[in-house]
Every structure is written in C-alpha cells, then in structure tokens.
Design a protein around this ligand. Structure first.
Ligand SMILES: *[C@@H]1O[C@H](CO)[C@@H](O)[C@H](O)[C@H]1NC(C)=O
Ligand SMILES: *[C@@H]1O[C@H](CO)[C@@H](O)[C@H](O)[C@H]1NC(C)=O
Ligand SMILES: *[C@@H]1O[C@H](CO)[C@@H](O)[C@H](O)[C@H]1NC(C)=O
Length: 366
C-alpha cells in the first residue's frame, strides 16, 4: 500500500515536472527585475514599510483601475518591457501567487526605497535591500530547479533578460535626505559616487555569477528636476543644482564601469540605458512629446505638487497623459512607455552598446 502510494506520487510529480518543463521552450524568454520603486510592481505590499503605492489614486489607469503597488498611474517600465518580450509581467517575488508555472515567466524582486547601499532607505523600515534581492534570486533558482531540473533552470536564467534600476535613492534618500547627512559628512560627493560605483560593481558581478547574461542597467534620471526636488530646492524654477551635479558625476562613471566589466567578461552582458537623457528630452521640450509640463506632478500637493506623497487627498490632474511625472518622484505610464520605446529602439547614445531590439534579434538567431 505504502509503495503503491509512493509510486503514484512519483508518477504525479513526474507529470507535473514534464508539463511545466515542456512549456519552457515555447515561452518568451524569462524576465527578472531588481531595484527600487521605479521598477517595484508590488513587493512592498507584503512588507512592513512606509514606501508603498497600495492606495488610490495609484493604479487609476491600470486595467483593473486599482492600486497594485506600482508607483505609477498604470503600467511601469518593466511592464512595457514584458510587452516587448511578448510575455506577461513577472509577479512580485513576495506575492503568494508566485508559484508553479508563474516561475517560468521570471520574477520581480524590486523593492521601493532601496539603494545600492544598505543604509539607504532606513527611514522606510522593512524593505528588500539589494543583497537580499540577490539572495531571493538564488532561492528562486532552487525553487525552479525543483520544478524543471537544474540544467533547464540554468538555461532559462542564461537566456533571460534582466533589468536593474537602483541608485537614485542613494542620493535623494540618503546623501541629500537631510543636510548634512551622515554620508555627506563622511564623503565629499565625488568620493561618495566612487563608493556607489564600487558597491554597484559587486552587485552586478554577483548577478553575472548567478547566471545573468543580458542585464539592462539604467542610470539615474535627472534627479534634481523631479517635482519633489523642485519643491524642496528650487527657488527659480530651475532643477536643483546639487542633485543634477550628483547625477552628472554618477551616470558617466556607471557607464564606464559597465564597459570595463564587459571588457573583462569579453561579452556584452551589461547594457547601459541612458535614462537621464531620455528624461532630459522630455524636460527640455515637453510639448514635442505631447506633454504640457515636465515640472509639475499629476498627483501631490504644494509647489509643483512635489510635497509629501500621492494619496487619496492629493491634488490629482485630469489628463495623466499630459504629465511627465505622476507623483513627486515617478514618471507617468505614458512617460514610462516612451522610455521603453527608447530602450527598445534607441540609438547608441541611449542604449550602449545596443538596444533591446538588437539584443532580441541577436539572441534569437540560432
Ligand atoms: C550589506 O549587508 C549585507 C548583509 O548584512 C552584507 O553582506 C553586505 O556586505 C553589506 N554591504 C555593504 C556595502 O555594507
Ligand atoms: C522584513 O520582512 C521580511 C519578509 O516579510 C521578514 O522575513 C523579516 O523578518 C522582516 N524584518 C523585520 C526587521 O521586520
Ligand atoms: C536600435 O533599434 C532600431 C530599430 O529596432 C535599429 O534599426 C537600430 O539599428 C538599433 N540601433 C542600434 C545602435 O543598435
């Protein structure tokens, strides 16, 4: 009796493994997302943190018209990348629905509020810091191996697309959070930038060791032009000089580090996405992109709608598609869509050494 049951169990388990595994080849490539609120799609809903987007009007333009945890009125950057891959969006890793076949789609490990450094975002309490996101990626691979075996798991990860967006919070929610901050007393800006690049390199190296072979790495946006910084730091309507200086020191160093890493690996693993330039285009000339303003957030309060957080009692614009910024820090769905268009087909000044359409064409050629 016991043996019979055992046999039945083995057969059942086998069927599950075969069913899940046979789906691997036919599927779009898997997609993994790491980083902060620009790419979090709901992990923080499951954490005890103040960094969350789980109340209206977040999600007002999402298909369900409800908040999802994305810091957007609708879709965010990873969603639009998934659409380009012809795939559904990977679930937040911490979601209870993340199991079984859903693992084959990939996973989103991002957590709003995090930075490259562990001490970034301490004010948000329990968030999933970068080293922890990498631990979850390891755990994910073990879980997937249990479903489809080790070699198929390795292949899935090597063939996957990875997006990592982190670094902005190390400035706005650490170095420049208060004046003077502990970090700004410890390091002048150029040395702080050097520390960030040094620590970021370790994170990327780890991703490579864990099997990542196509990793899109975004720089920071024009931090000083976000409505929050305009409200706090700008008296003349110009972007905050300190934060613009930080971004202009950080972004070129990040690109250089990625080039050096690729040279060492002798492969185009890390792809630099110049999100600062993409945003800069909107900010220089919003109307040519169909925006009426790039300075005022759609949802918020105070000057530029840049004070505090977007909540049910905030001012809310009528037409979200006319705004670059949805809340004091995050782009609208429409701006996100346009950023991903550049990621997909931008020239080398936007995507270096190549854009996503080229990556897909290269990797899908047998
Ligand atoms: C961040 O914290 C983790 C876990 O405690 C540790 O392994 C890692 O070295 C820390 N990173 C830095 C830059 O301090
Ligand atoms: C933070 O959240 C994680 C996941 O829910 C949990 O395992 C951990 O114990 C929490 N840590 C703290 C300090 O609350
Ligand atoms: C980027 O994508 C477009 C359209 O998909 C393509 O024509 C172009 O050559 C690509 N540019 C680079 C630099 O890879």
């Amino acid at each position: 009796m016991a043996t019979k049951l055992f046999l039945v169990l083995i057969i059942c388990v086998n069927i599950v493994i075969i069913n899940v595994a046979s789906g691997v080849e036919a599927r779009p490539r898997a997609f993994f997302v790491f980083g902060d609120s620009l790419v979090d799609n709901g992990n923080n809903n499951y954490l005890l943190t103040t960094a969350r987007a789980d109340s209206p009007p977040y999600g007002i333009d999402f298909p369900t018209r409800t908040p999802t945890g994305r810091f957007s009125n609708g879709y965010n950057i990873p969603d639009f990348i998934s659409m380009r891959l012809g795939a559904e969006s990977p679930l937040p890793y911490l979601s209870p629905e993340f199991k079984g076949e859903k693992l084959l789609v990939g996973a989103n490990f991002a957590s709003a509020g995090v930075g490259i450094l562990n001490d970034t975002g301490v004010q948000f309490l329990n968030i999933t810091r970068m080293y922890r996101q990498l631990e979850y990626f390891e755990e994910y691979q073990r879980r997937l191996s249990g479903l489809i075996g080790i070699s198929k798991t390795k292949r899935l990860v090597r063939h996957a697309l990875i997006l990592i967006t982190v670094g902005g919070n190390d400035f706005v929610n650490n170095y420049y959070l208060v004046s003077p901050s502990a970090r700004s007393r410890q390091y002048p800006l150029p040395q702080y930038v050097r520390l960030l690049i040094f620590e970021y390199r370790k994170i990327l190296q780890k991703l490579y060791e864990m099997g990542g072979r196509r990793v899109i790495v975004t720089g920071t946006g024009p931090l000083g032009c976000a409505p929050a910084e305009m409200a706090m730091r700008s008296s003349d309507g110009k972007c905050s000089r300190d934060l613009q200086r930080a971004a202009s020191l950080y972004n070129p160093r990040l690109r250089r580090m990625l080039t050096l890493l690729n040279n060492r690996i002798r492969n185009h693993v890390f792809i630099a996405a110049n999100t600062a330039l993409m945003h800069h285009d909107f900010i220089n000339d919003p109307t040519s992109f169909g925006f009426t303003t790039s300075k005022v957030a759609c949802c918020g309060q105070g000057p530029y709608n840049g004070i505090g957080v977007c909540s049910p009692s905030s001012n809310l614009c009528n037409d979200r598609s006319l705004f670059v910024y949805w809340d004091p820090f995050h782009p609208t769905e429409r701006a996100n869509r346009m950023i991903v268009e550049k990621i997909f087909s931008g020239s080398t000044i936007y995507m270096n050494p190549m854009n996503l359409s080229t990556i897909l064409a290269l990797d899908d050629t047998p």
